[in-house]
Design a binder for this molecule. Structure first.
Ligand code: ADP
Length: 482
């Protein structure tokens, strides 16, 4: 089975969040199931710098008005096709936003170009390789199946994975004429969305199957509360909808070999965690005492519930705890967190920015990771936290609710608890959970047991990759029978 994965980010080349972790680790995990993946992504400057030797496969002289080349390279075992289109991708800022944090104004064209080339590859652009199936991810590549549907690749099946329904790629209908699609694509059955264009909706309507990243999130997306305006479309496609929990790359996230840790450790050598804790204390400039260190590694947005932190921080500090935050996002939330840190020197410390190495060290040295998300399709941070014995405290929603087993009495005595869940998802709910955490932390044996159970939880890709492989197979069979 040859799979073309089309994505706007992939670890280790370019990452802004969990999407990159998934697209970067799934290809390796799929190999044992006979699915061979090649990944198409944009040639952002950061990507181009890491490519090494490349091969050119095609050139385009008018890709929505731009010059472009299709290159390939192999990076850390991943076969990637790179769309090198300097006019679209060679610029400062991130994959989606400029240096001021504002969306690139031509995002509609930048990701239409990516999708267009994905559809061309599916339609036979390359003489030496053709995918049996195309796998797209989120709005940035969702348009691929729309171009496939109206072009040469009409009979090549596709799967769309929704990593987050909140981001939809919604643009003005005035742009439709420039997408080079037939007029019927601007209809309620395809791209049209309340008078605008929605790339994600187009993908949801044209992909052969749809998956989201946890069964709970599938159920949630079918409701108006979490469906973000697309619950109607998703309900219509119920038979083609699956929930597959993300796995984690257990080589990249492994406390016994992680190069970003000061000291590696495992369940047998937990005392060594102390050295990572000391490094964290130094890095964040917090007090060196015995109280628990709570950590947040997250996009700082409303979705992630991190605006609740200033409300609970007094409780954390009053009980002898400390809070460290690594993240970036909404400036109002960043400012509120900075102000909170100023109020509690030595107890609360905030680093605004994106640092992969520091994220690893935090998991290896903090006591507990806080994830108070208002909604969470799957969440990866809590899975990394489990593996590093950094006990997760999560809101009961989406993937968080099904990956963390709450430390209630029954789960503790059955020795299966791995963290703490809270509900309702508000500051009071979080406060109550923190009280339970402090109680457990004061009993070293209980805490050690929780850490041990967390570290034994298995979220490697094996099972989930098998489910993706099954999904690919069933889509291929259905397409063959049609
Ligand atoms: P989302 O994709 O919604 O942001 P996930 O929990 O699925 O959330 O994935 C987040 C990923 O991004 C994790 O790998 C996490 O470690 C990483 N991450 C988030 N913020 C930062 C940051 N400021 N620095 C380093 N890594 C971060």
């Amino acid at each position: 089975m040859n799979i073309l994965s089309v994505t706007s980010e992939i670890y280790p080349l370019i990452k802004t969040g969990g999407l990159a972790d998934v697209t970067g680790s799934l290809p390796k995990a799929l190999e044992p199931f006979g699915a061979h993946t090649r990944t198409l992504l944009p040639g952002y400057p950061k990507v181009m710098k890491q490519l090494g030797e490349t091969r050119q496969h095609a050139s385009f002289h008018n890709l929505f008005g731009a010059e472009a080349r299709l290159l390939s390279a192999t990076v850390e075992g991943l076969f990637v096709y790179i769309l090198d289109a300097p006019e679209f991708y060679d610029r400062p800022g991130g994959p989606y936003v400029n240096e001021a944090g504002k969306d690139h104004p031509d995002n509609w064209k930048r990701f239409a170009a990516l999708a267009r080339v994905g559809a061309e590859i599916a339609g036979g652009l390359l003489p030496d390789w053709k995918p049996d199936l195309v796998h797209t991810h989120d709005w940035q590549s969702a348009l691929t199946s729309v171009y496939m549907h109206y072009g040469r690749a009409r009979f090549v099946p596709s799967v769309l994975t929704v990593h987050n329904l909140a981001f939809q790629g919604q643009f003005s209908a005035e742009l439709f004429d420039q997408l080079e699609l037939p007029s019927e694509a601007f209809s309620v059955n395809c791209l049209e969305y309340y008078g605008d264009i929605s790339y994600l909706k187009g993908g949801l309507q044209t992909a052969n199957a749809i998956s989201t990243v946890s069964p709970t999130y599938v159920r949630e997306t079918l409701t108006p509360e979490f469906g973000m305006g697309l619950d109607g479309v998703l309900n219509e496609r119920l038979n083609d909808l699956r929930g597959i929990v993300n796995g984690i790359d257990v080589e990249v996230w492994n406390p016994s070999s992680d190069p970003y840790l000061i000291q590696n450790y495992s369940t047998q050598y937990m005392r060594r965690r102390y050295f990572n804790r000391m490094r964290l204390i130094e890095e964040f400039g917090i007090d060196d005492d015995r109280g628990p260190i709570f950590a947040v590694v997250s996009r700082l947005t409303w979705q992630k519930g991190v605006d609740m932190l200033p409300d609970v921080v007094d409780d954390i500090v009053a009980q002898g705890g400390k809070l460290i935050v690594l993240g970036q996002g909404d400036s109002a939330i960043e400012d509120a967190l900075r102000a909170t840190a100023l109020r509690h020197p030595g107890r609360v410390s905030v680093t605004i920015g994106y640092k992969e190495s520091l994220a690893h060290l935090i998991h290896g040295g903090a006591d507990s990771v806080l994830q108070p998300s208002r909604f969470e399709p799957c969440g990866l941070t809590q899975l990394y936290a489990l593996r590093y014995g950094c006990v997760p405290i999560v809101s009961r929603t989406g993937g968080l609710s099904e990956t963390i087993i709450d430390a209630n009495e029954a789960a503790m005595s059955a020795r299966v608890a791995t963290g703490f869940q809270f509900h309702p998802i508000d500051a009071d709910g979080l406060r109550l959970a923190l009280m339970r955490v402090f109680e457990a932390y004061q009993k070293p044996k209980v805490w050690a047991r929780l850490q041990h159970q967390a570290m034994k939880a298995d979220f490697s890709w094996e099972r989930s990759a098998g489910q993706y492989a099954e999904l690919y197979q069933s889509v291929l069979q259905q397409a063959a029978a049609a």
